[in-house]
Design a binder for this molecule. Structure first.
Ligand SMILES: [Mg+2]
Ligand SMILES: [Zn+2]
Length: 318
């Protein structure tokens, strides 16, 4: 369960330790063989050792989030539907061997060669960090509870962060707050029973919002484009980062990819980043500038072992 409170202008984690551990993974060349604009399930080939590596990370308490540039969509080589089919097939196949992927985020854009709406200087194409921010908003905000003071509610920031219709509130608390004021269009549903069904470890604060897993599943949120506005992304990027507990969350997140754009994105997001030797990894390593990545490992298996070791060491000093 994720529980974050909205206090003042930033999110504050109410979670104990190791629930919020995420490993961000590139897809092509990292999890599956790089074949160039993969869009057919029949060409999907999971790299050796990958299921075992991911299982190890799951066992260490990580949720696994795929962040992938899919400019082939923007270039008109294949539709989004194909990308989603490949993602689903990958999740299915890995799931069969006990490696659970939690979500996919993909960027369909290309700044020069995109066609129509896909030609865009977007925030989500790695080394941009939009996909990471979207995952952060989803994973830290879902399926937990948000608390807000009356004054915080008025600026409606929390509401903007969540999908429309995804909120329930404790009726008595809700009534204490003057709900004569207009609420964001369609953003709230109020139901005491909803709230009571949602088990709370702590007494409900002033105004409480929860989102349910079913909302997420309905929207196929496990495969998603970036939905944050530029303002919301900037807000997440700027304000959360001043919070000490947020920094602690980042210390337990990692990025693994086979391109410098992967590791640079991880660094821009503020997390340790590993370049793997599969896919383009070895040639990318030759092109690296100092500080482009933290570690290089030939395989995802070695990367996973390193992360598990790091976590073990840090739990001794935390
Ligand atoms: Mg790659
Ligand atoms: Zn994009």
């Amino acid at each position: 369960m994720y529980r974050w409170a909205y206090g003042g202008t930033r999110y504050i984690s109410l979670l104990p330790g190791n629930v919020n551990r995420l490993v961000f993974l590139d897809r092509d060349g990292t999890l599956n063989e790089e074949v160039g604009y993969l869009h057919e399930e029949s060409k999907l080939c999971i790299l050796p050792g990958v299921p075992e590596a991911l299982r190890k990370l799951c066992a260490a308490g990580f949720q696994l989030v795929v962040v992938t540039n899919q400019a082939g969509i923007g270039r008109g080589y294949y539709p989004e539907e194909d990308c989603r089919k490949v993602n689903a097939a990958l999740a299915r196949e890995l799931g069969r061997s006990g490696a659970e992927l939690s979500a996919f985020y993909y960027c369909p854009h290309h700044p020069e060669n995109g066609i129509g709406m896909y030609k865009k200087e977007c925030l989500c194409r790695k080394p941009g960090i939009g996909l990471f921010l979207q995952a952060e908003a989803d994973f830290l905000g879902w399926p937990g509870a948000f608390t807000a003071g009356a004054s915080d509610l008025e600026n409606h920031f929390v509401a903007k962060m969540m999908p429309a219709g995804a909120f329930v509130a404790n009726v008595s608390d809700w009534e204490n707050h003057s709900m004569a004021e207009p609420t964001p269009a369609g953003a709230f549903t109020v139901g005491a029973s909803d709230w009571e069904n949602h088990s709370m470890a702590e007494p409900a604060p002033a105004v409480v919002f929860t989102t349910g897993a079913s909302d997420w599943e309905k929207t196929e949120g496990y495969q998603s484009l970036m939905r944050l506005s530029a303002d919301e992304a900037a807000c997440l990027q700027e304000e959360n980062r001043r919070d000490q507990r947020y920094k602690a969350f980042l210390r337990h997140c990692y990025m693994i990819g086979d391109k410098l754009n992967d590791t640079r994105a991880g660094h821009a997001f503020g997390i340790r980043s590993i370049l793997v030797g599969s896919g383009y990894g070895r040639e990318e390593r030759e092109k690296a500038r100092p500080g482009d990545f933290d570690e290089f490992f030939e395989t995802l298996g070695e990367a996973a072992e390193w992360i598990v070791r790091e976590e073990r060491n840090s739990s001794l000093t935390d």
